[in-house]
Design a binder for this molecule. Structure first.
Ligand code: UDX
Length: 433
């Protein structure tokens, strides 16, 4: 099949590359000439393990290409995917659909022969119908259907998630569109990934409901963690004991400094707005958003407590600033709340991150960037683990401690255990234990 992918951001690029690996002919389109030039030169603009190799392989096979020419790509396509950004709109928390609707206008002008116009971007319920209206109005003669095909991939595990999804969700209105979509995903159905076909609105809702549920699960365990600290329980044991119940499941039950990233914060806010607008308030989701904000702030107090109440003039080594490991993404990362709070309270902050430097330098002013954990810990009064990169999981703790002025660790991802740290003379605080 011939596919056009509009937008070469995270979802667009990963989906385009993976679809070409399925054997389809894929043209990825973007307005950013610099980005297209880079992609054509074989450069991957995002950090995602395995993506560069997969991209190179499919470009070499002739199935994958990049272009600024939306018109030609759409005219030749059996299906066009809209994978442009839907950021949070300033002021009201709504998803900003400007790019989606602009793409729909441009696609309308370029359609040639029966085409399925598929929205992959996460969009509020009703958007696919709006896309259909826009195209119908611009091109009453065009032969097309719309489809909603939300994407559930995680950064850092994007290729694996795309190739081996728990499920594929396809919202359609006609059998003809359903057939095209089934053709596109056939390689996955051969691997027995369930493909759920729904109406447009349900497909759109599934994405928001799933992300809000996962954000709720994390926030729930974070609140339980705070209570565990008061009553002397260990949240790691608690989440294990809870998670073994099949109805609950152990995933997304790790307590930490609060969720971040490009999806959960944006999608929970958008869902809360949709609820308000339809007089069906999403009270749980609204609370989750507030509790998560509070959670990030509370982490600063935890670090202060570790240092006897004040971080003023103390040197603090922060390990990890991206919102999670295996990404260079800093969007809504807890570090963006915690590091400025430490600096604001007079701390001298030294930061290290395997990938965070690229964006982090601009986002975290007033800190010193260090080569690795040991350099960051030089003369430090405390080490704070913010992101659980593998590089921080097996530190030579004695070497780390020897570099420090005093041995103290705030382990906000619970990757170490108190006993072994205390045996090395560290003051240790985790979350929920
Ligand atoms: C998420 C969804 O998982 C994915 O399905 C969707 O398509 C996009 O949003 P992503 O944002 O890439 O993916 O990362 P994810 O691994 O889900 O982590 C999100 C945040 O939750 C991170 O800040 C992570 O540290 C935090 N988290 C996750 C926890 O604090 N505890 C957990 O148990 C799991």
């Amino acid at each position: 099949m011939r596919l056009a992918m509009i937008g070469t951001g995270y979802v667009g690029l990963v989906s385009g590359v993976c679809f070409s690996d399925f054997g389809h002919d894929v043209v990825c389109v973007d307005k950013d000439a610099g980005k297209i030039a880079k992609l054509e030169a074989g450069e991957v603009p995002i950090f995602e393990p395995g993506l560069d190799d997969l991209m190179a392989r499919n470009v070499a096979s002739g199935r994958l290409s990049f272009t600024l020419d939306l018109k030609a790509a759409v005219a030749a396509a059996d299906a066009v995917f809209i994978a442009v950004g839907t950021p949070t709109r300033r002021g009201d928390g709504h998803a900003d659909l400007t790019y989606v609707y602009a793409a729909a206008e441009e696609i309308a002008a370029a359609l040639d022969g029966y085409t399925v116009v598929v929205t992959k971007s996460t969009v509020p319920v009703g958007t696919n119908r709006k896309v259909e209206e826009i195209i119908r109005k611009a091109r009453p003669d065009a032969e097309f259907d719309v489809a909603s095909n939300p994407e559930f991939l995680r950064e850092g595990a994007a290729i694996e998630d795309f190739m081996r999804p728990d499920r594929v969700v396809v919202g359609v209105e006609t059998d003809r569109a359903a057939e095209v979509m089934a053709g596109i995903y056939r390689p996955l159905s051969l691997r027995e990934a369930p493909i759920i076909t729904t109406d447009l609105e349900s497909a759109e809702m599934i994405k928001y409901a799933a992300n809000a549920f996962l954000a709720t699960k994390i926030t729930f365990i974070n609140e339980i963690a705070a209570l565990c600290e008061k009553v002397g329980a260990d949240v790691k044991q608690v989440s294990k004991g809870m998670g073994l119940d099949n109805r609950i499941g152990g995933k997304f039950l790790h307590a930490g400094p609060g969720y971040g990233g490009s999806c959960f914060p944006k999608d929970t806010k958008a869902l809360a707005r949709i609820g308000q607008e339809h007089a069906a308030p999403m009270q749980i989701v609204e609370t989750v958003i507030a509790v998560n904000e509070e959670r990030k702030r509370a982490m600063t107090d935890k670090i202060m407590d570790l240092l006897d109440g004040s971080v003023n003039k103390k040197r603090i080594a922060v390990l990890g600033v991206t919102f999670k490991p295996e990404t260079d993404d800093m969007r809504d990362a807890p570090s963006l709340t915690i590091v400025p709070a430490l600096v604001g309270n007079g701390a001298e902050v030294r930061v290290t991150d395997p990938e965070g430097l690229k964006e982090g330098e601009a986002l975290l002013p007033g800190v010193t960037w260090c080569e690795d954990a040991y350099a960051a810990a030089e003369d430090a009064d405390a080490v704070v683990i913010l992101t659980e990169w593998n590089a921080f999981r097996a530190l030579d703790l004695d070497r780390l401690g020897s570099a420090m002025r005093s041995r103290a660790m705030a382990d906000l991802r619970n990757i170490y255990d108190r006993k072994s740290l205390e045996a090395l003379g560290f003051k240790y605080v985790g979350v929920g234990r």
